[in-house]
Design a protein around this ligand. Structure first.
Ligand code: S3P
Length: 195
């Protein structure tokens, strides 16, 4: 696929449904599914919250980048759901694209808030006002998600079946949709972006 891997990569904010959609898509397309947060937790032997607390967010971000580098070098076809902050680093956006077709599950802040209420596993949302934090982070990240995505699927109030249908259609047309090569992405690296 234009120098890109033959995986499906699901990106989107925390609570956008990447893990659930990944599992259902895996069943439908008969492709294995992996979650990069879970791979990191397994490798480190501790939870994401513990990694943030003990080693800090920067260390976690480096783990994400290292893992994406590895995945990009692997041959077999899979579905990946990745952490909500993964596409923020420009280098990760290039790596995600190298992995395959990037699908952005887009949701409104209110939807995300509703789904994440009471959650204690996301260190970035353990604060006084999670809705305000979601709005703020989403505002900061939206451009990164959009830049990285080959396809955007709105998930607010959309039945799961329809979401899966849209992704399956995109997968069938992946050669046409995933036009930018990893090399193209590398040319755009470092243009005024924070990592
Ligand atoms: C994060 C999202 C989480 C996890 C970590 C940081 C983020 O993954 O990687 O807590 O920065 O948005 P999910 O999107 O799977 O919740």
């Amino acid at each position: 696929m234009n120098g890109r891997g033959d995986n499906i990569v699901l990106i989107g904010f925390m609570g956008s449904g990447k893990t659930t959609v990944g599992l259902k898509l895996s069943y439908r397309l008969r492709m294995p599914v992996e979650d990069t947060d879970k791979l990191i937790e397994r490798r480190q032997g501790i939870s994401i919250s513990e990694i943030f607390a003990k080693e800090g967010e920067d260390a976690f971000r480096r783990m994400e980048t290292e893992l994406l580098e590895e995945i990009g070098n692997q041959e077999y076809q899979r579905i990946f759901s990745v952490g909500g902050g993964t596409p923020v680093r420009q280098e990760n956006r290039a790596l995600l694209k190298r992995c395959g077709l990037v699908v952005y599950l887009r949701a409104r802040p209110e939807t995300l808030y509703e789904r994440l209420q009471g959650d204690t596993t996301r260190p970035l949302l353990q604060c006084e006002n999670p809705l305000a934090r979601i709005r703020e982070l989403l505002g900061e990240r939206q451009a990164a998600y959009a830049e990285c995505a080959d396809v955007t699927v709105d998930v607010d109030d959309i039945p799961m079946e329809e979401i899966l249908e849209q992704i399956t259609d995109a997968w069938d047309q992946r050669d046409a949709l995933a036009k930018n090569t990893f090399e193209d992405e590398r040319l755009t690296r470092g243009k005024g972006e924070k990592t």
